[in-house]
Design a protein around this ligand. Sequence first.
Ligand code: GLN
Length: 270
Amino acid sequence: MKKFKKMLALGLALAMGLSLVACGDKKEESKDEGSSKDKIVFGTNAEFPPFEYVAANGVIGEYDGIDMAIAKKIAEDNNMDVEINNMEFDSLLLALDNGQADAVIAGMTVTDERKESYDFSIPYYTATQVMIVKEDSDIQKASDMDGTRIVVIQGYTGETCVKEMGYKYEAFKKGTEAVLELVNGKCDVVVIDSATAEKFVGDNKGLKIVEDKDAFAAEEYAIAVKKGNTELLNKINASVQKLLDDGTIANLSAEYLDKDTDDTATGDAE
Ligand code: GLN
């Protein structure tokens, strides 16, 4: 009993001591929530394997993929904590303006239009749009899409390409939804980025990829920051350059293209 009282007293003293410290220095307290490191918040849309998708054991919490591994390394290089803010692709760049993200890493293609309002890092990956069709499809080049039922993903560069070609199309919010339309025979072709197309074709039977290098230009993926945020951009660039030079990004790409990312087909981010 005596011992218990002693412990209680000790506990109380400790608690009081702690609360005194906590009250005494509010600034320290809020900064010290778990870590005193700076934090970088990356916005992404985890619907884009092998770059970002939801998995049981991701590199950053439930988020896995090439981009997520790169984000983690950028944070490590700069001694920062890392957090992922998963949202719709269409909202990503706006999130830079309203402070919901410090940087966007989402297999995002650098385009002139996007560059007008946001700054981009040095590119870290080259891709192109391709067409996913049923194995028995007659579509062999982009112009064969004329008059077929085309599906794109809303806000992706694939949508811009098809729009510029002047074809009618339907836009879906997620790549998985678009591919499901194709699998179910409700559309004839899905236009989407090459590496992601490979993943979807690998995960679903009866589909194939058709390329048309003349119709779809090469695209470069880069990390976006708010216009004028050169301080962060310089940090990101230094890290990306290092990861390119030492082969890390090439290795990650090979690793994740090989990896079973099938979690994505069912792993809804919401
Ligand atoms: N690369 C395409 C774009 O930038 C698609 C990116 C994505 O879906 N994450 O629009």
